[in-house]
Design a protein around this ligand. Sequence first.
Ligand code: ZN
Length: 155
Amino acid sequence: MDSTTATCVACRANRGAIVAPGGALYDDGLWRLEHTFEPIPMVGWLVLKPPRHVESLADLTADEAAALGPLLQRITQAMRETLAPAKVYAALFAESVAHLHIHLIPRAVDLPEERRGPDVFALLSAAGHSGQNQGDPNEARRVALAIKARLANMN
Ligand SMILES: [Zn+2]
């Protein structure tokens, strides 16, 4: 293990050093899906990442790239069936955590106007800065496992 993967939060989670609610919801060796870990920004806020330490879409292998589109479609469908959100947001920065990860965010019908679009990330900042869950961890686990079950039934 090199120093990057030793300290990378995403790599540590991939090794099981940090466990998200519900654990790994999907992992085919190319992509791994987890709920955000505590402090939780929102129930159902998921993160999709490659198990290996990659920092840009430009560095994906052909297999990783080919798998991504169909997988995003299936995950989004599973989130829609589980949570009935108004929208599922997808965002990729890989900034504060360099390991490539795609945020998949179920924007609830009743999410306040000022938290929609890019402003939804205020919930992630609030959780990170305060250390306080912005959503119930037990509910996050229940939702995560429901999404995991739906994904398993789609294959
Ligand atoms: Zn990493």
